[in-house]
Design a protein around this ligand. Structure first.
Ligand code: NAP
Length: 283
């Protein structure tokens, strides 16, 4: 192996400096003895096109994509998976010879963590999601594929939630999608799963997103936030005896799926998990 053979992978976004992805991908490359490195690339919107169109020159073989580029980057790719098209965003790019292929592994990563590790069975279940942004687009498509009874969505920006619900209704005709005017309107007491897909809970000063008396002990509360380890919402869920999970598992699974897309090898999952758990610096 020579430095010339080095394969570069990485994350593009703005900002990217707090990303945990290098921890898990570099641990996986090193474990499998691959001459590869995962780097962070802070790319401004006006630089996106030229960055993407020169990936081969830069010896970049694969990328993850984060805010604010997940939608715009689709304009510069040769092929987009059905799933990424349905979600309307790409979080993984594979550089294949002279082609750029786009995928979305966020929703699948969430669902794998939810079903394989937390044992949640979406079929026939009632689900509430707070937030209707990019993460909700990805996870709602994957939840919808598993035929839940109903998915209710609340976002401060109601038209955004309505547009997402319409999109889901068109693509999943037999399912029920509701848009709520408020958190109370989500009827969380009747839900089996509540997902927080907003950034509320990341800051120490953030309030608890949901009142304790709206939750119940037989539900699962999944907060996509992974830092802090336990948001106020998760703490409240724990105090009433409900199960909770933060988003570190989703991060791990989406990363492992991206790794497999790039390298065509099974991801060394436990190595990646350990690298994340040992490397994360909780606030
Ligand atoms: P996003 O596109 O900005 O969407 C967040 C949505 O939540 C926005 O529509 C926002 O509305 C809405 N919102 C904000 N405060 C709210 C409130 N109090 N009540 C209701 N809605 C509210 O962000 P995203 O990419 O979907 O990410 C959402 C969260 O998931 C972030 O914390 C992100 O870090 C996390 N995430 C985790 C993973 C993982 O692997 N664990 C992956 C992706 C995302 P406005 O635009 O009007 O503010």
């Amino acid at each position: 192996m020579t430095p010339a053979d080095l394969r570069i992978y990485g994350l593009i976004g703005n900002p990217v400096k707090h990303s945990l992805s290098p921890l898990m991908h570099n641990a996986a490359f090193s474990y499998l003895n691959l001459n590869a490195e995962y780097k962070l690339f802070e790319v401004k919107p006006q630089e996106l096109r030229s960055f993407i169109l020169t990936l081969q020159e830069k010896k970049i073989y694969g990328l993850n994509v984060t805010i604010p580029h997940k939608e715009k980057v689709m304009d510069f790719l040769d092929e987009i998976s059905n799933e990424a098209n349905l979600i309307g965003a790409v979080n993984t790019i594979k550089v294949a010879d002279d082609r750029l292929e786009g995928f979305n592994t966020d929703g699948e990563g969430f669902l794998k963590h939810l079903t394989k590790e937390l044992g949640f069975v979406p079929e026939g279940k009632t689900i509430a999601i707070i937030g209707a942004g990019g993460a909700t687009r990805a996870i709602s498509v994957h939840l919808a594929k598993r035929s839940p009874k109903a998915i209710s969505i609340y976002d401060l920006d109601k038209p955004k939630a309505e547009a997402l619900a319409r999109h889901l209704e068109i693509n999943f005709k037999d399912l029920e999608f509701r848009v709520s005017d408020s958190i109370e309107g989500l009827n969380i007491k009747e839900c089996d799963l509540l997902v927080n897909a907003t950034p509320i809970g990341m800051k120490e000063t953030d309030p608890c997103l949901v009142d304790q008396n709206l939750l119940h002990k037989d539900m699962l509360v999944y907060d996509l936030i992974y830092n802090p380890k336990e948001t106020k919402l998760l703490k409240t869920a724990r105090l009433i005896g409900a199960r909770g999970s933060n988003g570190l598992g989703m991060l791990l699974y989406q990363g492992a799926i991206s790794f497999q897309i790039w390298t065509q090898r099974p991801a060394p999952f436990e190595i990646m998990r350990r690298a994340l758990e040992e490397g994360v610096k909780y606030i």
